[in-house]
Design a protein around this ligand. Structure first.
Ligand SMILES: NC(=O)c1ccc[n+]([C@@H]2O[C@H](COP(=O)([O-])OP(=O)(O)OC[C@H]3O[C@@H](n4cnc5c(N)ncnc54)[C@H](OP(=O)(O)O)[C@@H]3O)[C@@H](O)[C@H]2O)c1
Length: 367
């Protein structure tokens, strides 16, 4: 798993996936090449080993995400641009002279901030933008690459809105999302029970089994959820009249509305995504007679407000990987040749965007 440390060769060219206008990623993304900068005494130069494609990365390129990188002429002198991507794992390849007591080539790190642009090969940056990680804590490189967003979000969703006790129940939509699967692994660790909703599909039974193996107590499809007379009998039976105190939602729309009907009085719905692109409609009776509460969670805002707590959380998640509490759920690894011609560097990204399943781009270097 170790990657050999490499000093920066003279005139090395980096490659990045960038955009100069917002829009459909397949139309606005392009590959740019840039000279890899030598680092100043206070900087590090790193190369990316792997970077995931997350839904928020796509929303940023579309121009519909509240947090966005500035477009600058740093890499593209003629037209301001931004490099896409927010998450990834890097290997240090050069260390500024004043940092050599703390950093060394070969060290792995992840991003401490958003908007650094991680769909690229090389970056020269301040160490404050990075969090050192131990490569031997992970089962594979994709776990390290995906450390800072989904596991951290999963942990916060289970702990920020409601204080669950072992044996308590929660419900979640989008249970097969990577966040959802991280939630299941953590819930098993903490002893929480769950009713999980997935979209109906031909292979629903095998997906249900996979989620149960990860820690789900029950898994139903959205179509099964809509069978109200059946669900009204099943949920009290499953939960032994200890109804879910927490609903976790990344889908919104009809699925989230229906889920809310099975929650306990005064339960909280914690919304963290809106994959259906539909609004969350809540009958007033659920507010008046059940006093349901609504909570939104956005990791980006939380970590901007509490950067040192975020660093601690990232290291806590790393330790969960080391202790086998967390395992990378199934993701598709997509090979990217770091020295490819621009069109060939771009293609695996544009092919992966919009394709089903989580993609993690794996950068391959000649040395
Ligand atoms: N608030 C935060 O801080 C935060 C942090 C991380 C992630 N998120 C959000 O959490 C969500 C999941 O992220 P992820 O990285 O775990 O995603 P992911 O692994 O790519 O999974 C996407 C999930 O969305 C479902 N989905 C896709 N299109 C849908 C539709 N039209 N209707 C209903 N469900 C649909 C997928 O179900 P199928 O398998 O059926 O397609 C899958 O369960 C995203 O909305 C993301 O932006 C928010």
């Amino acid at each position: 798993m170790a990657f050999g440390a490499t000093r920066i060769a003279r005139q090395m060219l980096g490659r990045a996936i960038a955009y100069s206008e917002y829009g459909n990623p397949k139309q606005v993304l392009r590959c740019i090449q840039y000279p890899v900068q030598h680092c100043s005494p206070e900087e590090l130069t790193v190369r990316f080993l792997a970077s995931p494609i997350n839904p928020s990365d796509i929303n940023q390129i579309e121009g519909v995400y509240p947090s966005r990188p500035s477009m600058t002429t740093d890499l593209t002198p003629n037209t301001p641009s931004a490099v896409a991507g927010n998450e990834g794992v890097v290997e240090v390849i050069d260390v500024g002279s004043s940092l050599r007591d703390r950093w060394e080539p070969g060290q792995w790190a992840v991003m401490s901030t958003t908007n650094l642009g991680t769909w690229r090969t090389h970056l020269t940056t301040k160490p404050e933008n990075l969090i050192r990680v131990d490569q031997y804590a992970f089962h594979n490189v994709q776990e390290a690459a995906s450390l800072t967003v989904n596991p951290c979000t999963a942990f916060m969703l289970l702990h920020s809105a409601v204080k669950l006790q072992p044996g308590d129940w929660f419900m979640q939509t989008g249970a097969n999302s990577v966040v959802g699967m991280n939630i299941l692994q953590l819930a098993r660790h903490f002893g929480y029970n769950s009713i999980n909703i997935i979209r109906a599909r031909p292979d629903a039974e095998s997906l249900k089994e996979r989620l149960r193996q990860l820690g789900a107590t029950y898994v139903i499809t959205d179509e099964e959820l809509m069978q109200r007379s059946e669900m009204k009998k099943l949920v009290p039976k499953w939960t032994e009249n200890n109804p879910p105190k927490l609903g976790i939602d990344c889908v919104s729309g009809r699925t989230a509305t229906e889920m809310s009907k099975y929650l306990a009085n005064s339960a909280t719905i914690s919304t963290y995504g809106g994959m259906s692109r539909q609004p969350l409609g809540i009958p007033v009776s659920l507010l008046i007679f059940k006093d349901l509460r609504f909570h939104g969670f956005w990791l980006t805002k939380w970590k901007d407000e509490q950067p040192s707590k975020f660093r601690d959380l990232v290291i806590q998640m790393q330790e969960y990987y080391r202790r086998d509490v967390l395992h990378s759920p199934d993701v598709d690894l997509v090979d990217v040749d770091a020295n490819a011609e621009p069109a060939d560097f771009l293609k695996p990204f544009t092919d992966s965007i919009g394709a089903h399943g989580k993609k993690v781009m794996l950068f391959h270097y000649d040395n």
